[in-house]
Design a protein. Sequence first.
Length: 499
Amino acid sequence: MMGVSFPLASVSLLSHLRFIPIPITASASASASASASSWLLLCLRNGSWRRKHAAAVTKWDHRHHYSSFASHSLLKQRLSHSVAVRIRYDNGGSGGEEEAVLMSTVLGIETSCDDTAAAIVCSDGRILSEVVSSQTDLLSRYGGVAPKMAEEAHLQVIDQVVQQALENANLKETDLSAVAVTIGPGLSLCLRVGVQKARRFAGKFRLPIIGVHHMEAHALVARLVHKELEFPFLALLISGGHNLLILARDLGDYVQLGTTIDDAIGEAFDKTARWLGLDMRRGGGPALEELAREGDPHSIKFSVPMKQHKDCNFSYAGLKTQVRMAIESRNINTEKNVISSIDCEDRKARADIAASFQRVAVLHLEERCERAIEWALGIEPSITSLVISGGVASNQYVRLRLDDVVERNDLQLVCPPPRLCTDNGVMVAWTGIEHFRLGRFDPPPPEDEQEDTVQFDLRPRWPLGEEYAEGRSKARSLKRARVHPSLTSIIQASVKLHR
Ligand code: KG4
Ligand code: ZN
């Protein structure tokens, strides 16, 4: 293998350029075949240029995709950004792996719940565009996410949202390197809208496609915002449907330290806000946080959930019941009264409930995080950060309280800005980039894919990692029916297969 210096390639060589990352996923490996005639043009991390011969490659032809490399300067410009893509090459039969430098620009699509979002992100961390269309009107009308209506709402705006993301980024479809889309966990009907759009788009423009885990995306967006955040780290992921404590050992390698045995904290915020008659149009969580500022957090003595269970799991169903009872015992009639039209005294009573609920809901997080830090440091002593993300992590009180916890433990708190904590396309695009540069993606779907006959790979119930065995709770009665194998187990199995 000879090293060559730049400028190396004539235009004719460039027109033969293939860029072929390792097929790691099981489905990609099915199409793998050895090709003796492929050459890779690599810029190594140390800045030297090499031309390499690739032996372990997929059949998929990237020619069309890299047609935008047709001029030297563009190639140079693209490769000048430093992003590593690991390539497997055959060095005279001995095999090996090398890091190449390549810029990728990925479109991320998110429709797992009630937000239709798209964004375009570069592998150097630049966010070129981000668009979110929320269903808050539907939420306030129906009091929760009704899957059929949510699906309908996604269908109405998805094309426009993606188009807007391209326009705001000032890009054409062919400028993209790949499409990333959330495939789970979430509501099947909703996931389907995003996946269908992503496959049509990727099929039409011959782009690779990366299926993304929604909760992994919530965690990894922290690495986009804080470039220095390295694995391993601890993450608390708090949203409307999930409450997770995760030890992120490496990309795609997660240990689940705790989860909820019933409701997630976001669901408890939303229900409490509704029962208190708050304006749900901006979302229950933000409305409750705002009202709680006016209340006395010690006025009502709600009990902290699961005190007797010395593990890292969560429960919010009992706290919801306590709140319901507190509202009933104070004769607050939320059916008739909208918060904006009530008298001062009534408003104070509601604010006290809001503040007391928020204090105890967050105390539960604090206690679990204290224990999780202890466990995580036992498993990975090099941990220095706790990431908090997911919609509820945009709450200022949550951030303040958890900041105290990490400080006591000599860690640092890493918290994405609120707009990147709630559901968004940026986190999906970024997670796509993280996997794409390790070669984890599927080839473009056929342009004429028969959507009624193809069964999309949707994973509505999909754990991020295996449960931490020593921390398994006795209080757990988790429903295990029809759960997809965890992301971590899938990746580990495919890595073994390709070793
Ligand atoms: O991550 P996310 O946007 O969607 C899901 O994956 O569920 O989280 C939405 C949840 C909702 O329950 C919402 O009320 C809550 O996050 N949330 C908040 C705040 N902002 C959003 N909860 C408390 N305080 C907030 N400021
Ligand atoms: Zn979410």
